[in-house]
Design a protein around this ligand. Structure first.
Ligand SMILES: C[S@@+](CC[C@H](N)C(=O)[O-])C[C@H]1O[C@@H](n2cnc3c(N)ncnc32)[C@H](O)[C@@H]1O
Length: 286
């Protein structure tokens, strides 16, 4: 009976040392049973401890990942935008293989995490753009500087990217700027099942660096474009601006390629273009 009591106490996780049980338990059989219970108890405690230790280890890794970051304040028009970015494009951290599953290699992993010159050009362009009453979509946003600028202006902005870390940086950066969180959607241009609704203005920077992106991007834009949608893409001169223009023409867009007025905010002269696409509802090509 005492043993049962002892076992049930063990079962409810209250540790009782055997010597406290007194003389009635002092037999070889009872000692063996108590030893077995102790071993079982100790192994359960050990298993729980190992689990807790590994959870702690994982959380420590997550809180203190080996990614190195950089903080800077960028002046865009009349506003200062504070940003936390990756320190450089040597950073890589994909412990769960989440990025790998999406086809993001260690070489392309960090591309989202710095502010590319085209992003600065787009952010400056958007700083003076009238977005009143417009639903705006930034695609392949990465750090999302243009979205941060538009968010400061209370524009109706949705930022998107497929990288698993982009949403975390966007949230952090909205907080750094004392702004509301930006509506963010993790979506792959290739995913034809996702639909985020229709937008009046679609913007993006430095997205034309792979041939296979051209078709995916044009289709993604088409799926999310309102009938009178305007599209603004900034390309740093990666040699694919005519290819995207041809694809977009098939969806009824006329295009103009302009050079940004003044890019003195960049370290190097900007060799690229701002690609503007415009469509009237009735010109839509199926
Ligand atoms: C060169 S970075 C440019 C980032 C940002 N727009 C800038 O200019 O700083 C390209 C961005 O496109 C995103 N991207 C690449 N392929 C994508 C895809 N299939 N679907 C969605 N985003 C993609 C990457 O994650 C990355 O953030």
């Amino acid at each position: 009976m005492r043993y049962h009591n002892f076992a049930s106490v063990q079962g409810s996780c209250t540790y009782a040392r055997p010597e406290r049980l007194g003389p009635a338990t002092d037999t070889l059989a009872s000692r063996l049973l108590i030893t077995q219970l102790e071993i079982r108890w100790n192994s359960t405690v050990l298993k729980i401890s190992i689990k807790l230790a590994s959870l702690y280890f994982i959380s420590v890794i997550k809180m203190d990942s080996p990614i190195r970051v950089r903080y800077q304040t960028l002046e865009v028009g009349s506003v200062d935008i504070h940003v936390c970015t990756l320190r450089d494009i040597k950073q890589f951290y994909d412990p769960d293989g989440a990025a790998k599953k999406m086809g993001i290699s260690s070489a392309t992993w960090p591309l989202f995490g710095i502010i590319w010159p085209s992003s600065l050009v787009l952010a400056h362009f958007m700083a003076d753009y009238d977005t009143a009453g417009k639903r705006v979509l930034e695609i392949g946003c990465g750090i999302g500087l243009p979205s941060l600028v538009l968010n400061k202006q209370n524009a109706d902005i949705t930022a998107t990217d497929y990288h698993p870390e982009t949403g975390n940086f966007l949230l952090r950066n909205a907080q750094l700027n004392n702004s509301d969180a930006i509506n963010y959607q993790q979506v792959d241009w290739a995913d034809q099942t996702r639909h985020l609704g229709q937008f009046d203005l679609i913007i993006g920077s430095d997205l034309l660096y792979e041939d296979e992106h051209i078709k995916l991007l044009a289709r993604f834009i088409e799926r999310h474009a309102a009938p009178d949608c305007k599209v603004i893409l900034v390309d740093p001169g990666r040699g694919r601006k005519n290819k995207i223009s041809v694809k977009m023409e098939k969806f009824g867009y006329r295009n103009t390629h302009i050079r940004p007025d003044d890019t003195s905010y960049l370290d190097q002269p900007f060799k690229g273009h701002i690609l503007k696409f415009k469509r009237k509802g009735e010109q839509r090509v199926n």
